[in-house]
Write a protein that binds this ligand. Structure first.
Ligand code: DX5
Ligand code: ZN
Length: 213
């Protein structure tokens, strides 16, 4: 299992230190949640802060856009050379064009689905994607309860991926912990995002990451 800790649950007064801690703790990706206050009812970080995160990180960035204007934010973050940029299918009228744009910029494109959005909505996009991110909470905040119906979605998505693009990864984001990690693996998840579980673990981030792996 690849582990992408979400820095949303980090201490923003000590952000560089908290980013270094997950990288030293053997995470695979650094998950960066970008929210615009419109697509989701929360506002997080822009290019100045993400640049500081990129400087502190020794692992690749996984930027999760929760925004209305994907075009604008992809242009802002592309110079930081993240490994992945993911955008929500619910906020994009021209998803194929956005996928092509991200790839043209040398970044791996990923699409995110809200808990209620069926996997069939991206059936004709899968062949162009490096990753699909399934939300297992409503996007906007860390520390929410895991929505179990995502497990069935993972299984259905895995079937589509096997038909259309077996190299495409499945990432799951929200409410992930040692309590549901085995079920996520069994269903077919390749990457998990974990914010509060990692940063609030009593034995530290390294132990938390190890426990998920
Ligand atoms: C929610 C974000 C998540 C969040 C996960 O909108 O996309 O990445 O930080 O936090 P936990 O792991 O606490 O649910
Ligand atoms: Zn996220």
């Amino acid at each position: 299992m690849l582990v992408a800790p979400s820095i949303l649950s980090a201490d923003f007064g000590n952000l560089a230190k908290d980013v270094k801690a997950i990288c030293d703790g053997n995470c695979d990706l650094v998950h960066v949640d970008v929210m615009d206050g419109h697509f989701v009812p929360n506002l997080t970080i822009g290019p100045v802060v993400v640049e500081a995160v990129a400087k502190a990180a020794t692992k690749p960035l996984d930027i999760h856009l929760m925004v209305e204007d994907n075009n604008f934010f992809v242009d802002l973050f592309a110079p930081l050379k993240p490994e992945y940029i993911s955008f929500h299918i619910e906020s994009e009228k021209h998803a194929n064009r956005m996928v092509n744009k991200i790839r043209f910029l040398g970044i791996k494109p990923a699409i995110v689905l809200n808990p209620h959005t069926p996997v069939e909505s991206i059936e004709y996009l899968i062949e162009d994607l490096d990753m699909v991110l399934l939300m297992s909470v409503n996007p906007g905040f860390g520390g929410q309860k895991f929505i179990p119906s995502v497990l069935e979605k993972i299984v259905r998505l895995k079937e589509l991926i096997e038909q259309k693009n077996p190299n495409c990864l499945i990432e799951v984001d929200g409410g992930v912990s040692d309590k549901n990690i085995a079920k996520l693996k069994e269903a077919g998840a390749d990457v998990v995002v974990a914010g509060s579980y990692v940063y609030k673990h009593p034995n530290g981030v390294k132990v938390a990451i190890e426990s998920l792996k």
